[in-house]
Design a protein around this ligand. Structure first.
Ligand code: ADP
Length: 447
């Protein structure tokens, strides 16, 4: 409301007062005329207030009333607001219609959840995937996906990695759940049908497992015959190349066996349950054994030392842990010239995490390779790796094993100076006293 409107209303009132006084003087009843004028003015204000009230009650149906002066300005402002509101409403409706049409076209289920995971809104695909009906609004999503892993996922507050589960409607169908908190108490759940990708992935794993299994027997036979042949080369062999050829065949068959062993290990890590035989493994004897094996591989050509407190126990699978640490120590031997030092250290850091570190002063790795080292078959220098009998799968195995133990691998290296590979395990997996019960604890029991 402008100052101009108020001023003109005051002017109108003063003009009316002057008129009343003039009429009163003419009639000889000034006071009575002023009172009658004031009553008339109040009646005029009340009438406009009534029109305003009526319009506010039924403003959707009625046009804004017409008036002069201050009331005219009030009604104008209201009329402008009304037009703006109608325009906003139209835009809002169009946006909602667009979002609804887009989400309906999605093949993924999109669900908006309120506090306590209550169903607030969902798209068409959700009705198909979870068999939801309009009457289910407000019910908890847990009533529709009852899998314990889903409940743990929701309550974990760690949603970086989506969860894959069989569909509650059909065990053959695999669903991927991605939960994202979006506002105060609200969250978005996106469910994707990944059955096709899951089946392809399973086929790939089965294929690798079957091929490695099928290759193992013929390779054993070939290696057996090669050994027999090597032991029985006739003194006056017709070909002078024969011993060399047999030696090369033996070496190559050995490489193939290592490759098959590594592929079998990877395939097992991919298919076996994570919770398989978990117990507290005392680190010192395990690392001592690995260092002894490494000294044999190096033919005592490296100075391998171990620093590890007596009483550190790590919850995990001892065979897998042996394989991971052994891969790192063997690499340090393979990629360090004779005479160099290799230090294996286990310690607890300030955050109470366990660090198992393998430090060498060997060839080192250029920075550009470091982020790719744990990829399968990635080699910095394939000729060097093949010479040392490497398959390019060792660090991929280490990474997989650490992931299964909630751990991670840190790599620091300087080309020409040496490398440090550090396995970091969270404190929830560590026990520092011999007296604590040494059980076949499962992962769930410690988390
Ligand atoms: P490989 O069986 O070839 O050793 P890995 O997966 O164990 O395969 O290692 C991948 C590559 O990382 C190796 O080919 C090698 O070039 C490099 N590498 C691994 N460990 C070391 C190390 N301690 N020093 C230098 N290079 C290393």
């Amino acid at each position: 409301m402008s100052q101009h409107g108020v001023n003109s209303e005051i002017n109108r009132l003063l003009g009316f007062l002057v008129l009343c006084i003039a009429v009163g003087l003419l009639l000889g009843h000034v006071l009575l005329t002023i009172i009658a004028g004031a009553l008339l003015y109040i009646a005029y204000q009340l009438a406009n207030m009534r029109r305003l009230l009526k319009w506010l009650k039924h403003h959707r149906l009625q046009e804004v009333p017409d008036a002069n002066g201050l009331w005219g300005e009030i009604f104008d402002l209201l009329s402008r607001r009304k037009r703006l509101e109608i325009r906003e409403k139209k835009r809002f409706k169009a946006t909602i219609a667009r979002v609804t049409a887009t989400t309906s076209a999605l093949s993924d289920a999109v669900i908006l959840l309120n506090t306590n995971y209550g169903l607030s809104w969902w798209n068409e695909a959700t009705e198909e995937l979870l068999d939801l009906k309009p009457r289910d609004a407000g019910s908890s999503i847990i009533n529709f996906v009852r899998h314990p892993e889903f409940v743990s996922y929701l309550e974990s507050h760690k949603y970086d990695i989506p969860l894959t589960l069989p569909s509650p409607r059909n065990m053959e169908t695999r669903l991927e759940f991605q939960f994202t908190p979006v506002g105060e108490g609200e969250s978005l759940l996106v469910i994707r049908d990944i059955t096709r990708i899951y089946k392809l992935e399973k086929m790939r794993k089965d294929f690798v497992a079957n091929v490695t299994h099928e290759l193992r027997t013929p390779l054993t036979v070939i290696r057996g015959y090669l050994e027999v042949l090597e032991d029985n080369i006739p003194e006056q062999s017709q070909s002078e190349h024969l011993p060399k050829a047999l030696e090369q065949m033996r070496q190559q068959s050995l490489r193939m066996t290592t490759l098959i062993n590594d592929l079998t290990m990877l395939s097992k890590l991919e298919t076996d349950s994570v919770n398989k035989i978990q117990e507290y493994v005392q680190l010192k004897p395990l690392l001592e054994m690995i260092c002894d094996e490494a000294r044999t591989i190096s033919s005592q050509n490296h100075n391998i030392t171990l620093t590890c407190p007596d009483d550190i126990y790590l919850l995990g699978n001892d065979k897998e842990l042996h394989s991971a640490f052994s891969n790192l120590v063997t690499n340090a031997v393979k990629y360090s010239p004779n005479g160099k030092a290799i230090k294996v250290t286990a310690s607890i850091n300030l955050a109470n995490n366990l660090l198992v570190e393998v430090k060498d002063s060997g060839l080192g790795i250029d920075q550009q390779h470091i982020s790719r080292l744990t990829e399968r078959f990635y080699r910095v220098d394939s000729s060097r790796s093949i010479q040392t009998g490497g398959t390019g799968l060792g660090l991929a195995i280490v990474k997989h094993i650490l992931l299964r133990h909630d751990g991670r691998l840190q790599i620091r290296s300087t080309h020409g100076e040496g490398s440090t590979f550090t396995c970091v395990f969270p404190k929830k997996r560590i026990k520092e006293s011999e007296n604590s019960p040494k059980t076949n604890a499962s992962l769930n029991s410690i988390s």
